[in-house]
Design a protein around this ligand. Structure first.
Ligand SMILES: NC(=O)c1ccc[n+]([C@@H]2O[C@H](COP(=O)([O-])OP(=O)(O)OC[C@H]3O[C@@H](n4cnc5c(N)ncnc54)[C@H](OP(=O)(O)O)[C@@H]3O)[C@@H](O)[C@H]2O)c1
Length: 316
């Protein structure tokens, strides 16, 4: 095992310094790790802008954070549905109009284990559409302000990147053949992670080394993820898992993305998450990433395809 640079306990929120004057954008912050991340950042004095699909849940989340931390915290939301490119574009426009800086864009929102093949309005398999293409567009549109702010892009992946097929299924991106919720979810998470490491290479090539890009995951955390989009069987299985020590709190699940969004001098090449058994729980730090997630030829092809699909090129 790699040595944890944060010591035996790994990275925890206590290590986070004041974030006064900084702005963090978090997708999917109405529950789970995104909500916990928003709360912790707000408690450290940051400005937090949630990018959520559900206005009512967003208001409730803000109320809950203010109830705990006081009315002076700076937490707001902009409506954005990652499943609709038009909504992502509208939200990005609003962000660019309202915000003067982005210290980190935390790509946290997701759906998982969707039991049957569904397509988004833009015609992509739903998990690929929400988790990968939704975020890919958002990142590309917000990149100019992130660059101006010398900010970061943080992608919340999953150990699922290694639980499906070990490459991108270019000949059947929508899973018209052999669809399973797990394979399609894993594929979307693999795509998210691969494009972060590819982004690092492209930033370096363009000489934009002030912008950082990180990939991490929350291990196995007690959140709403499977209840929101998973099948009854998956909900039962994960419901039982939540009662076992194989899972951790949503707050701990937020640590890897918080670390990647705020910690200085973190090696971008790493993959960050819990370092205990199976990387489900345990001290947060860097850990092994299987080589298929950094397959350069596949990553380049995925990047080109993604730009073509969203109809936009990143402007480095
Ligand atoms: N929990 C785990 O054990 C685990 C394991 C591996 C990876 N992850 C990853 O961790 C991240 C956070 O998930 P979580 O476990 O905290 O799950 P969660 O509690 O279900 O939170 C997911 C968030 O994403 C939002 N979301 C879903 N679809 C969206 C859309 N179309 N547009 C905008 N927002 C959308 C949800 O909004 P609504 O409230 O409107 O549904 C919610 O705020 C995800 O990237 C997930 O893949 C989690």
């Amino acid at each position: 095992m790699e040595q944890n640079i944060f010591g035996k306990q790994g990275w925890t929120a206590e290590l986070m310094k004041s974030q006064k004057g900084k702005t963090f954008l978090i997708t999917g912050a109405t529950s789970g790790t995104g909500f916990e991340a928003a709360k912790i950042l707000a408690s450290k004095g940051a400005k937090v802008v949630m990018l959520n699909r559900n206005p009512k849940k967003s208001e409730d989340s803000i109320t809950a954070i203010k109830k705990e931390l006081g009315n002076n915290v700076d937490v707001s939301f902009i409506r954005m549905d990652l499943a609709e490119q038009a909504s992502v574009r509208k939200a990005a426009e609003e962000v660019l109009k309202k915000e003067t800086r982005i210290d980190a864009l935390m790509c946290n929102g997701a759906i998982a284990q969707v039991p049957t093949q569904k397509l988004t309005v833009d015609g992509w398999e739903s998990q690929m559409g929400v988790n990968h293409y939704g975020h890919f567009t958002l990142q590309a549109l917000l990149y100019p302000l992130i660059e101006k702010s010398k900010g970061r892009i943080v992608t919340v992946g999953s150990m699922g990147y290694d639980m499906g097929i070990k490459s991108i299924k270019f000949d059947d991106m929508n899973w018209d053949k052999d669809y399973t919720g797990n394979n399609a979810y894993s594929q979307s998470k693999l795509a998210q992670i691969m494009s972060i490491y590819e982004l690092q290479d492209r930033l370096e090539k363009a000489g934009k080394t002030d912008v950082k890009a990180y990939a991490c995951h929350p291990g196995s955390s007690r959140t709403s993820l499977i209840n929101t989009s998973g099948s009854l069987m998956m909900r039962i299985i994960f419901g039982l898992m939540k009662l076992s020590p194989l899972t951790q709190s949503a707050e701990k699940g937020a640590y890897p993305e918080l670390m990647c969004a705020t910690e200085q001098d973190l090696d971008q090449k790493g993959f960050y998450g819990p370092t205990g058994r199976s990387n489900w729980t345990g001290p947060v730090g860097a850990h092994k990433l299987e080589p298929h997630a950094k397959d350069k030829a596949v990553a380049e092809k995925l990047w080109e395809l993604s730009e073509k699909e969203i109809g936009m090129k990143w402007n480095f």
